[in-house]
Design a protein around this ligand. Structure first.
Ligand code: ASP
Ligand code: ASP
Length: 382
């Protein structure tokens, strides 16, 4: 598939990100047309390979990531340090705004002892001079051992990976996928449910908000195809429904799917509620996004009235805390079931695991380990 983005940039000279996003082809059509050259295999080979889509994973490989992530805890929690990636360089390329994901990937690489080089501003990169993804990939892969890339166009990271000489991790390609987020979300769900003596198989999850454009719910749903007997309640405005192809895949895998616009009813009887932001940057205009903003909100009163006690509250962040949106109210900040900051902490573990597996050092992390010498008050939740 050839992508028009670089041509578009060349034609317009300096083009701001917002304009690029506005010009992206209709998202739904794009998602359907993407054919990532990745296949689910029974034993996934991480070494030297790209991570572009959750479709690459089988259940064993997800478990393998989770086991390595567990092993990373002492390093992420600053109890130990390792130099296993000493000398290695991560090219962290974010052609779409990001704080959390970018810092989380960078931090994960640093915690393994590697260095991080960042490109964060599309306006100052050569892409604005008309450079193709192919050329950028050839150049940056000469400087790096692994690359993380985020780009507003669905399919662009897979396109970039084809030309890269080093492994590429998809940090989010438009409204298509966000595989590392799905892995950290599932890792979080597993841990949270485990403490309630529940498991992923047989769980009930409600996904709320902009399910049409939200790449995190797309990737998480597709990852959950690997599990059994899940009940999905998909709560969104009709116009922002989960793409039909994902819903039918869930049903074909034997999961039960209920789609509704009624939030209060939809919240009942779930193990997990996963809220999302209206993805304003994927709409033609802010005005259009405003129609949906604030339609679905969760706060303490609604939680108490409609959710089961212990329902895990998740959100990929950033949550839109402006008064007209406020999809997840600050009055739940101290609630023990609010898992949003455990999600971000877990993201570092999962991304460390991905790097360790891709660069094939998962078994030797301990070889270069030592105690940390600086002040580290425990700041991680049990
Ligand atoms: N847009 C988000 C941010 O501001 C991206 C992310 O968290 O993945 O960080
Ligand atoms: N941070 C997530 C993403 O990059 C969710 C969001 O931006 O709303 O997709």
């Amino acid at each position: 598939m050839s992508l028009p983005c670089s041509r578009l940039l060349a034609a317009n000279g300096v083009v701001f990100l917002g304009q690029i996003i506005d010009k992206i082809d209709r998202q739904d059509a794009a998602i359907k047309s993407i054919e990532l050259e990745t296949h689910r295999s029974s034993t996934m080979n991480f070494r030297g390979n790209h991570i572009l889509s959750v479709k690459q994973f089988d259940r064993d490989s997800v478990e393998q990531v989770f086991q390595v992530a567990d092993d990373m805890e002492p390093y992420a929690h600053r109890l130990r340090m390792t130099k296993v990636l000493d000398g290695a360089i991560l090219g962290n390329m974010f052609f779409e705004p990001s704080t959390r994901t970018r810092v989380s990937f960078g931090c994960a690489f640093n915690l393994l002892g590697g260095d991080v080089r960042e490109t964060t501003d599309v306006k100052s990169s050569s892409i604005t001079k008309g450079e193709s993804l192919y050329d950028t990939a050839r150049v940056i892969s000469g400087y790096s051992d692994v690359i993380v890339m985020r780009h507003p166009q669905p399919g662009s990271v897979a396109e970039f990976a084809k030309a890269s000489r080093v492994p590429v991790v998809n940090g989010g390609d438009g409204s298509n996928e966000h595989p590392s987020q799905a892995l950290l979300d599932l890792y979080t769900i597993k841990k949270e449910l485990h403490s309630n003596s529940r498991s992923i198989d047989g769980m009930r999850i409600a996904m709320v908000g902009d399910l049409k454009h939200g790449r995190t719910v797309h990737s998480l749903s597709q990852l959950l195809l690997l599990y059994r007997n899940i009940h999905f309640t998909l709560i969104s405005p009709t116009e922002l429904r989960m793409p039909e192809s994902i819903v039918s895949n869930l049903q074909a895998a034997g999961h039960e799917v209920t789609e509704t616009e009624e939030m209060e009813q939809g919240l009942q009887d779930n193990d997990t509620v996963y809220l999302t932001r209206i993805q304003e940057e994927r709409f033609d205009s802010k005005l259009e996004a405003d129609i949906y903003r604030g339609r679905f909100r969760l706060n303490q009163a609604i939680y108490t009235r409609h959710c089961q006690p212990n329902t895990v509250i998740m959100h990929p962040l950033p949550r839109d805390s402006r008064a007209d949106a406020n999809e997840l109210d600050n009055d739940l900040n101290q609630h023990p079931s609010l898992a949003i900051f455990r999600q971000t902490d877990n993201g570092v573990l999962v991304r460390m695991a991905l790097f360790a597996l891709i660069l094939d050092v998962a078994d030797i992390v301990e070889d270069t380990a030592s105690e940390v010498s600086w002040y580290t008050e425990s700041r991680f939740e049990e």
